[in-house]
Design a binder for this molecule. Structure first.
Ligand code: ZN
Length: 174
């Protein structure tokens, strides 16, 4: 599996060809005689909901530098989505939470960005379940508490489908 259509087989390095399999043209390795699947990459994030709003981070990395979103990022191969969301929250904002305290909120898909598609798994948790004062850390320019109304009244731009994640989190946990 690759994050973008593979020009070469990741197993043997042979240049791929095109083959129609399961209703689509796929990249195919003629040496291994197997499809090199192109699939979305799973990510996970968690919306921390306090009395003043939902904790968002301002992105320091592409795509969407300067845009705001719920903290999150790529899952490691051996993580659950809850563990990935909790780890990313702590890496980006310094806020800690027990993965078992997270509630599944929604999912969205996005892309392509340089051929890469994302599946984002969104969780939510009340701020009382977390520890630590949020501060901008890894890959984050700034942090802040937002509601859908306060975003609309500001010049903040929300990243991709994070407007939906913010709204769902605030409606259900605010
Ligand atoms: Zn091969």
């Amino acid at each position: 599996m690759t994050r973008q259509p593979a020009a070469f087989c990741p197993d043997c390095g042979t240049a791929t060809t095109s083959r129609h399999v399961d209703g689509r043209d796929r990249r195919f390795c003629p040496a291994c005689e197997q499809v090199v699947w192109h699939n979305p990459i799973p990510t996970a994030g968690v919306a921390v909901v306090g009395d003043e709003g939902v904790l968002l981070g301002q992105r320091a990395v592409a795509p969407g530098v300067g845009e705001w979103g719920v903290p999150g990022g790529h899952m490691e191969a051996d993580e659950t989505p809850e563990e990935a969301a909790a780890r990313e929250l702590e890496e980006e904002t310094g806020v800690s939470v027990d993965p078992d305290a997270l509630t599944l909120l929604e999912t969205f898909t996005t892309g392509p960005f340089a051929g890469k598609y994302i599946v984002s798994i969104g969780f939510a948790v009340r701020a009382e379940e977390t520890t630590g004062e949020p501060e901008p850390l890894n890959e984050v320019l700034d942090v802040g508490w937002f509601t859908p109304e306060s975003v609309a009244a500001s010049d903040a731009v929300l990243h991709e489908d994070h407007a939906q994640r913010l709204r769902f989190a605030w409606e259900r946990f605010g």
